[in-house]
Ligand binder design. Structure first.
Ligand code: WQD
Length: 347
């Protein structure tokens, strides 16, 4: 194990950045943003929730191959070997399970992958002297907030085993940073990621019937599903349907680069919301997707979905001040990019 004093220097532009779960939806888009910012992304993935073809798509976008390490985040020997063969300036940790409903049915799988996977990674980073980690967290740690827009100081609590694992992970990182200044952590609490890279070559590709609104709408627009079921039209919101802070996946990707730069320039760790600060309702998203695909999409009102809150919108001001980050893409651009992706990918 490297002594603390031998910890490798921090990454500079051009250095390797490890993306665990880097072939996934957010990870693959972040690989593009990192490469475009001059870093060298290395993707680590077991392809349990992503396709190997994503690597070819990344090469088509970037013009150069992206290094791949295929294996499981829980495999300590595999991780040690990867960190022996690469000198990473930092790690961005996406590899986790993220379906709220599934986490209720399979809590142990979620704690094993999300929490034990994180500690396996941290042990390997510590042994290799890699001190910078950007962690993929979620607005779900706010449970059902009663303040809007939601600031980072809002109470955190869990509404599902998935949320429990994100809370436990955040608290572990905060405790480690308090205990040892060796560590620098960037915790990013995503609100509702949506959309796809402008090329239409990478995007969200959930298995089966999508749980989330935009990929479900995409299948309605393709004619693969008959209509959208609107989960509740009696919420205390302007049109009665749920309101969320949808953030373009490429804005989210660029937020990871901002977080990484903030860690590397010594400005220290942070825990920030990544959202637009603007709420959009289900019906507004439905209308926007209709504009993107060129036709009004069929929908039916239905009962509320268990666990859904009426409204969840970020206060993005801390990310603006700490990371100098602001989102810049619109809801229509999210829908247009999603439509380009699904029409190009569904052939
Ligand atoms: C958005 C709105 C639904 C589908 C989830 C997770 C969260 C995070 C992001 C991981 C809500 C409505 C949806 C449909 C609908 N994931 N809706 N019909 O629930 O805000 O967040 O994904 O970190 O942890 O909870 O996103 O897209 O599922 O729902 O009416 O077929 O669309 O009721 O108001 P959500 P969502």
């Amino acid at each position: 194990m490297l002594a603390r004093s031998q910890a490798k220097g921090d990454a500079v532009s051009g250095d390797k950045i490890l993306l665990t779960g880097g072939a996934g939806y957010i990870g693959s888009h972040t690989a593009v943003a990192l490469a475009e910012a001059g870093y060298a992304p290395v993707v680590l993935d077991n392809f349990s929730n992503a396709k190997p073809s994503v690597l070819e798509r990344l090469e088509m976008i970037l013009g150069v191959p992206v290094a791949l390490e295929r294996g499981d985040i829980l495999d300590r020997a595999f991780l040690a070997d990867v960190f022996t063969r690469h000198e990473f300036g930092a790690v961005i940790h996406f590899a986790a399970r993220k379906a709220v409903g599934e986490s209720v049915a399979r809590p142990m799988d979620y704690f094993e992958t999300n929490c034990c996977g994180l500690t396996a990674l941290l042990r390997t980073m510590e042994a290799s002297g890699v001190r910078n980690l950007v962690f993929s967290s979620s607005a779900t740690v706010y449970g059902e907030p009663d303040v809007f827009p939601v600031p980072e100081t809002a109470p955190r609590w869990h509404t599902s085993p998935y949320a429990m694992t994100k809370l436990a992970s955040e608290d572990l990182l905060l405790a480690m940073a308090d205990a040892d200044p060796f560590w620098a952590f960037g915790i990013l609490r995503y609100f509702n990621p949506a959309g796809a890279h402008e090329s239409g070559l990478i995007g969200e590709e959930p298995d089966g019937i999508p749980n989330n609104l935009m990929p479900y709408l995409a299948k309605v627009a393709l004619g693969e599903l008959p209509h959208l079921n609107v989960f509740g039209d009696d919420f205390p919101t302007p049109d009665g349907t749920g309101v969320r802070d949808f953030v373009h996946v490429m804005d989210l990707a660029e937020a990871h680069v901002s977080s990484l730069r903030t860690l590397l320039d010594g400005s220290g760790g942070h825990a920030v919301n990544i959202g637009t600060g603007e709420g959009s309702s289900v019906m507004q998203m439905l209308a926007s997707y209709g504009r993107a695909c060129g036709r009004d999409l069929p929908w039916k009102p239905g009962p509320r979905r268990a666990g859904d809150v009426a409204k969840l919108v970020a206060d993005p001001s801390l990310a603006a001040s700490v990371l100098k980050f602001r989102t810049r893409r619109t809801l229509d651009e999210m829908c247009e990019s999603s439509w380009r992706w699904v029409t190009r990918n569904s052939r």
